[in-house]
Design a binder for this molecule. Sequence first.
Ligand code: FES
Length: 106
Amino acid sequence: MAKITYIEHDGTEHVVDVEDGLTVMEGAIRNMVPGIDADCGGACACATCHVYVDEKWTGKTGERSSMEESMLDFASDVRDNSRLSCQIKVTGELDGLVVRMPEEQG
Ligand code: FES
């Protein structure tokens, strides 16, 4: 279980408990957090689950896969800390994670 803070583009924060084994995207969808569309349902095929991982957490959330990297080409305003939230698996290690949503999803 990890407590994850999702911050919308306008600064609205949503703090939710997400079970291990779910993805950061699923944690948002199940808790009705706006700002993550997840059109493909987590198949790394839509880039509408784009988030910015807080700099303090980029080491823990790991590297983008090459497939994720190519999907991010379809996202807008991609930055160094951009990730597809469906590709980040939640474990206790991520307790306290902070992610921010972009202004609009790809
Ligand atoms: S939900 Fe489609 S790429 Fe993540």
